[in-house]
Design a protein. Structure first.
Length: 250
């Protein structure tokens, strides 16, 4: 059965698997996060996989290799809907790095006459459409970033923010992320700042408590599950079911 897709709900993909993409699209997910930073994507994969995902009517949030010009521009040139930029240290760092996702005079993105330009030239209207239609999301996962989140969200080259709860907990001195009261206090800082700025925020929400928080606090998109976790849950459920049956028949 195929369900109507909802862009508010995303799946986290760690590799360029077409079956996984088709499954999440068919189930009704409307977006995917590509973990280029920690996953198994190379440039050839992205060149093929991003247009495939867009053909499945999925928004593509590309979490790039790092806060650098090359990875940001490549993901956008391949056709990503948004770039998620990890390891943003503070507002000044965000101003320098997020500029690579917008064309002059707004930012400092370099033009490539490839897929997004239909392999041809461009004009001022095309530049304006690109700047409006593609999003730049710095990750809030460093202490300096959350301390200066209002200034980050005020930047004209920033369209919203994407939370990295695990790194944020460690970099705020709490150790491993446990969904503690202090963890949720940080998430509330992000949600409130995004609401005040009138810009979206995105949360990887693996647990019920995170999903509830994101829905209650107006997250624009929720990343509901990650590929490896979904595989483990599915394989584990089949094994648990069979072990229970085997116990009943022993």
């Amino acid at each position: 059965m195929t369900y109507e897709q909802d862009r508010r709900y995303a799946a986290w993909l760690s590799g360029p698997g077409s079956a996984a993409a088709e499954i999440v699209a068919g189930l009704g997910y409307g977006a995917v996060v590509l973990d280029i930073e920690h996953g198994t994507f190379d440039l050839a994969d992205l060149d093929r996989f991003i247009p495939f995902l867009r053909g499945l009517n999925l928004e593509v949030l590309a979490k790039v290799l790092g806060p650098e010009r090359g990875p940001i521009q490549q993901a956008l040139d391949f056709g990503a809907t948004a770039v998620v930029v990890p390891h943003i240290e503070n507002a000044a760092h965000a101003a320098a790095v997020c500029a690579f996702g917008k064309f002059p005079p707004l930012g400092d993105r370099s033009f490539a006459g490839g897929r997004t330009a239909r392999y041809g030239g461009h004009d001022d209207d095309w530049i304006a459409r690109q700047d409006r239609g593609t999003r730049v999301y710095p990750m809030i996962e460093d202490a300096g970033a959350i301390e200066e989140i209002g200034d980050i969200l005020a930047l004209p080259t920033v369209d919203g923010v994407f939370v990295g709860p695990s790194d944020l907990s460690m970099r705020r001195g709490r150790g491993a992320y446990t969904r503690s009261e202090d963890d949720f206090a940080d998430l509330r800082i992000v949600a409130d700042a995004a609401r005040a700025a009138g810009k979206p925020w995105v949360l990887p929400a693996w647990s019920t408590s995170e999903k509830a928080f994101a829905l209650e606090n107006g997250a624009d998109q929720l990343v509901l599950t990650m590929e490896h976790g979904a595989l483990m849950a599915g394989f584990g459920a089949a094994l648990d079911e069979t072990n229970a049956l085997a116990t009943d028949h022993s």
